[in-house]
Design a protein around this ligand. Structure first.
Ligand SMILES: *Cc1c(COP(=O)(O)O)cnc(C)c1O
Length: 404
């Protein structure tokens, strides 16, 4: 994405032209950015060739999942719907792991029928439920157990998952008991230890601590895990000049951890694969002056992009056409929804904007469309994939008559 003679372009297509053809708001993905992210991710960890399972919850568009599958990735799913879409996109069952604390009997049965790689269980009750269903089916089911490593991911509280007080995983004490339980079960085969400490992690230190905890517990339970699933959580830069996760250091720590172990590493990245591949194109409906602020009322809202309202997250905002006149007013970008949290940030010294002009909200590929809703009975936006000069609708804009 760059400005060519002041006009913003995604690959070889100008934002203006996308808006003309498909309307706004519109999610717009770059194929080449996706390819670059996956190539880079593989390169970073190539010395131990991990199984990379894309976290489907970060983006559930089947056409994107099909592209991701072509690059050889598997899937991390957290519901029956996600498992179904991963399979429908052609991902091999033996490359799918199933996470989540509340899998129902129905979901477990479906996963067993489909012979996926691992069901990563998160409680004693769940292991017993998997065992019960496996017994009825006369099957031996391969599972992982998710450990809560009590490690602070140093990220937003709302997306931290590896601390003692969080609902995810089991404590080391229960973990120990579960290993013993699985050893004596005929219908459960324990193959994996899994962890996932949170999302949007930019500091490698929490990962380092997590690895130390995992190493200690493996020694303590004295069990050979075929897989160690380290989860996802790798952060991206949402703002200019924010620090970046040091992948080299994380890679070094994992290599150190793997010494005298034969386990295969699994990753479950979502955001780092798809986050920076998309922008949300939106049109300014009105500009409203209030005291010293100008509200820039755009046609995208919190139902289209929930992260700012849900986590207080911020996304870069860019104009579709660059001008050299700066506004003296503080601009607050807001959507039309009847909630005060329906806002995308307040920016000083933004270029002067006029009604009907276009802006883009950046880095919305992860937890953008997948968190969207019909709140205020607004139809969900169109999704477009760009590859070079080609544009393709990968999901149609929802029609009002379908939701009314
Ligand atoms: C959400 C989630 C992920 C993906 O996290 P990202 O921050 O998008 O990489 C991976 N594993 C589990 C278990 C998750 O819940």
């Amino acid at each position: 994405m760059k400005f060519i003679s002041n006009k913003l372009r995604i690959e070889n297509v100008f934002v203006q032209n996308i808006s003309k053809k498909y309307g706004t708001p519109a999610y717009c993905y770059s194929y080449n950015q996706l390819k670059e992210n996956i190539d880079n991710f593989k390169k970073k960890f190539k010395s131990f060739s991990p199984l990379i399972c894309f976290a489907i919850k970060s983006n559930t568009n089947i056409n994107l999942i099909k592209e991701i599958k072509k690059f050889g990735l598997g899937a991390d799913v957290v519901s029956m719907g996600e498992l179904m879409i991963a399979l429908k996109a052609g991902i091999a069952p033996k490359k799918i792991v199933f996470s989540g604390i509340g899998k129902t009997a129905n979901e477990i049965e479906y996963a067993i029928n489909k012979k996926i790689l691992l069901i990563n269980a998160e409680s004693f009750s769940e292991i017993k439920e998997i065992e019960r269903i496996a017994k009825i089916k006369k099957r031996q089911v391969e599972v992982g157990i998710r450990l809560n490593p009590n490690t602070d991911a140093k990220t937003l509280n709302q997306i931290s998952t590896g601390k003692k007080g969080n609902k995810f995983g089991v404590s080391d004490k229960i973990f120990h008991e579960l290993v013993k339980y699985c050893k004596s079960s005929k219908n459960i085969k324990l193959k994996c230890l899994s962890v996932h400490i949170g999302s949007q992690i930019l500091d490698h230190q929490p990962y380092k601590k997590m690895l130390r905890v995992v190493d200690r517990i493996i020694k303590k339970v004295n069990y050979n895990f075929e897989f160690i699933d380290l989860g996802g959580g790798m952060g991206i830069s949402y703002e200019n000049n924010t620090k970046k996760l040091n992948y080299n250091k994380y890679n070094t720590e994992i290599k150190r951890f793997l010494k005298n172990k034969k386990s295969k590493i699994i990753f479950e990245p979502g955001r780092s694969i798809i986050g920076n591949t998309a922008v949300l194109i939106s049109k300014i409906i009105y500009i409203k002056e209030n005291n010293n602020k100008n509200f820039i009322i755009i046609d995208a809202a919190m139902n289209d992009l929930m992260r700012p309202a849900l986590y207080g997250a911020s996304h870069r905002i860019l104009p579709a056409i660059k001008k050299n006149i700066k506004s003296k007013k503080l601009y607050e970008f807001v959507g039309p929804i009847c909630e005060s949290t329906d806002k995308f940030g307040a920016i000083k010294n933004f270029q002067e904007l006029k009604e009907k002009e276009l802006i883009v909200i950046c880095d919305v590929g992860a937890y953008g469309m997948s968190l969207s809703s019909n709140y205020n009975l607004r139809p969900k936006p169109v999704e477009i994939l760009i590859k070079g000069s080609k544009t393709k609708v990968i999901k149609k804009r929802q029609k009002l008559e379908d939701i009314v």
